[in-house]
Ligand binder design. Structure first.
Ligand SMILES: [Zn+2]
Length: 209
């Protein structure tokens, strides 16, 4: 499996394309990113409902005729420009201080999109002989999930980033859920993971060391 990372103009969020045997899965599609080649996309997965991680859903769905999979809560929030933060995204870019941005690209304050496949707490499927496991990680948002591939590659959205604590104070975030549900759940993950975060670079996570 080859994993490509593309960095968007929207707070430098990461979009990932997993490729295997001519097939692909896209995680957090961003607008204005051109993969530069033909892809057969089997599925789009969303790590959470924030605008910078979903801005390309409609364009990618139209271009590749594929389904979107995310948590039930994420699906409920992406159809609402307030809940997916599109409504305030330009202002948010100005006041946030965790990603350095020189300029803010045009944003669509009315942006919404839809998911065709959802799950409550966790789900998994086999894709091109890879085990894809999705489970909720509420905290940053209540619709946040982690995506674990073959117990090695971990797509963590905005929940686990290197040298940046998870942000729990945005509207719709919950420190309590993070503490009580997500932290114990992260403890159950394999000891060594390669993390593909929603922002910034990939890194190795070794628990307890
Ligand atoms: Zn976010």
């Amino acid at each position: 499996m080859i994993i490509h990372r593309y960095v968007s103009d929207l707070l430098q969020s990461n979009m990932y394309v997993l490729e295997e045997c001519g097939h692909a899965i896209v995680i957090d599609p961003c607008n204005n990113i051109d993969p530069g080649r033909e892809l057969c996309i089997d599925k789009i997965i969303l790590t959470h409902e924030h605008y910078d991680h979903i801005s390309g859903v409609n364009a990618w769905k139209e271009a590749y005729h594929t389904n979107v999979l995310c948590s039930k809560i994420c699906a409920k929030n992406i159809i609402n420009p307030k809940k997916n933060m599109a409504r305030y995204f330009d202002i948010f870019c100005e006041i946030q201080n965790w990603v350095e941005v020189d300029w803010v690209p045009d944003t669509d304050s009315q942006y919404t999109c839809m998911a065709e496949e959802t799950f409550d707490d966790e789900t998994f499927f086999l894709w091109q002989e890879h085990n894809i496991q999705l489970f909720s990680l509420p905290g940053h948002t209540m619709g946040s999930i982690g995506v674990l591939v073959d117990d090695i590659e971990f797509f963590s959205g905005d929940s686990v980033m290197e040298n940046a604590p998870v942000e729990l104070r945005f509207p719709g975030g919950s420190a309590k859920s993070w503490r009580e549900i997500s932290l114990p759940r992260l403890e159950l993950l394999p000891d060594s993971l390669y993390v593909h975060p929603g922002h910034f670079k990939e890194f190795f996570l070794r628990k307890g060391g």
